[in-house]
Design a protein around this ligand. Structure first.
Ligand code: ATP
Ligand code: MN
Length: 476
């Protein structure tokens, strides 16, 4: 007997046919109405039991959380609230769920509590919706690049390169912690370690993606990255997924065009393919924000904001222009910023990024940053003091993308590596691409969870990944 997904049944409405559904009980009311959910969609299906035809002991086992298989005829519903329902002829309890112990009751649970039971939270409406949106975004990302003739590239997760420079790394070692071998200089002797050298978890696949772009022209990565940053914010994880396109012959303007077009595409995809889930998440957010002061609430309902971003041009603003705006801004003059903006050259804090997004009332692409606050591989401008870097700032999230045109000139790259105090030997493989057929190329990194945060309206990044890893937490 074929099992039908609830999504399929609700879409096709095969009235009059006998169907089987398997799923988990959300509620069972009046010893008669079972609401079943199988995760294929946000919506439950209602199964109606004529209790006189069933054993009372069996009915007692239909509790919230229990797993059931139900067979019956699909009919038009007599009641309000649903169009169709199943008149149950057979019930099989696949897995019992003791109602005294099951932590998910049909009531509101706090997001903090749900984080503690991350093994069960996919069974809530909120997390079901988030996981389905997350899937759709991942699918849209692959589809976008595939349609544009990009190749999906898998860069290493364990890396022997320690010069990526994007953040603190997690060491990968099998050395005996109780008896670490030391060199004559008293340092850890990694030559005795698994790889014969020091190895770490990757913080970015960019440098390796560049190598492939200089052969296949258009590539992208979509993989896990790891940063041992001790920042307990609502936008940082120790393990997150990053999408990094890298394109030969693209300059910074092409890079901005690609990033903007790409973000709009995947957001539109979610709007078109996650209608129910986004509607639910929009209501959830409105509800959550009712308890917040007015100035902390969103200016627009979730889907309106998504439409706004996917339909309007991002504002492209140079770092220098942004500094002028910030220096003359009200919060700067009234000393409301925690970090006041005085001189050109300072790094922007998230309070400044948020101000700029509000100021322009649109996503903002900042470009041409001071060289000394950005990475060694970014292309130096003619002025000798700025680099062809870009950050994309989104409402509520701040930085969602960081990217640049890469330094393709051997001599200048070599000089920059020296200035950054990086051992040149360790980057010979990278430098060699500039020696053999170098060319203009650009790319960027999108933090997948920041995108999922934006699209779902979730305030904390821990709630958009199934099992978050943060300082002090690696449960499950
Ligand atoms: P931030 O200033 O927000 O820490 P970053 O400058 O360190 O970001 P990049 O190194 O440019 O970020 O990484 C590219 C993208 O990866 C960022 O734009 C962001 O979307 C995402 N990202 C960076 N660090 C994290 C993190 N710890 N958790 C989740 N996403 C992250
Ligand atoms: Mn960072």
């Amino acid at each position: 007997m074929e099992t039908n997904s609830i999504k399929e049944i609700l879409n096709k409405k095969p009235i009059g046919s006998t169907i089987t559904v398997k799923g988990w009980v959300r509620t069972f009311r009046s010893n008669r109405f079972i609401a079943i959910n199988d995760g294929s969609t946000l919506k439950n299906i209602q199964a109606v039991v004529d209790f006189e035809n069933f054993d009372a002991d069996l009915l007692k086992r239909i509790t919230t959380g229990a797993c059931l298989s139900i067979k019956g005829d699909l009919v038009n519903s007599q009641g309000k609230g649903q169009e169709i329902e199943i008149l149950v002829s057979e019930i099989e309890i696949i897995g019992d769920s003791n109602p005294e112990e099951y932590p998910l009751q049909p009531k509101k649970h706090s997001l903090e509590f749900l984080r503690e039971i991350a093994h069960l939270r996919p069974r809530t409406n909120t997390f079901g919706a988030i996981l389905r949106v997350r899937h759709n975004l991942a699918f849209a990302i692959h589809q976008y690049f595939h349609n544009k003739d990009f190749f999906y590239l898998n860069t290493p997760i364990i890396t022997g390169s320690d010069a990526e420079g994007a953040g603190e790394m997690f060491n990968v070692s099998v050395l005996d912690k109780k008896n670490i071998p030391l060199t004559d200089e008293g340092e850890v002797d990694y030559s005795q370690d698994f790889f014969g050298k020091e190895a770490n978890l990757t913080v970015s696949g960019q440098l390796e993606a560049e190598l492939a772009a200089l052969a296949l022209s258009k590539v992208y990565t979509f993989g896990p990255t790891f940063r041992a940053e001790n920042s307990n914010t609502t936008r940082h994880l120790a393990e997150f997924w990053m999408i990094e396109p890298e394109v030969a012959f693209n300059d910074l303007d092409d890079n901005m065009d690609l990033a903007e077009d790409f973000l709009k595409y995947v957001i539109r995809f979610a709007l078109e393919n996650c209608v129910d889930d986004l509607e639910f998440l929009e209501k959830r957010l409105l509800d959550e924000e009712k308890s917040k002061p007015l100035n902390e609430r969103s200016d627009m309902p979730l889907t309106e904001k998504l439409r706004f971003v996917s339909e309007n041009n991002f504002r492209r603003v140079s770092y220098t222009e942004a500094i002028d705006i910030l220096r003359n801004s009200k919060p700067n003059k009234k000393k409301k910023f925690q970090y006041l903006i005085e001189d050109w050259g300072v790094d922007l804090q998230s309070e400044h990024e948020k101000f700029l997004v509000k100021h322009f009332n649109a996503p903002v692409i900042l470009f041409d940053y001071p060289a000394h606050i950005k990475a060694f591989y970014m292309r130096l401008n003619e002025d000798g003091k700025t680099v062809r870097a870009m950050d994309i700032l989104f409402p509520g999230i701040g930085e969602i993308i960081g990217g640049s045109q890469r330094e393709e000139r051997y001599d200048i790259l070599e000089q920059r590596i020296e200035e950054f105090g990086i051992e040149k030997e360790s980057l010979m493989w990278y430098l060699e691409t500039r020696k053999f057929g170098t060319c203009t190329h650009s790319g960027f990194g999108l933090g997948f969870e920041r995108l999922v945060q934006f699209v779902t309206g979730m305030g904390n990044i821990r709630d958009v990944i199934p099992f978050p890893r943060t300082p002090g937490n690696a449960e499950f």
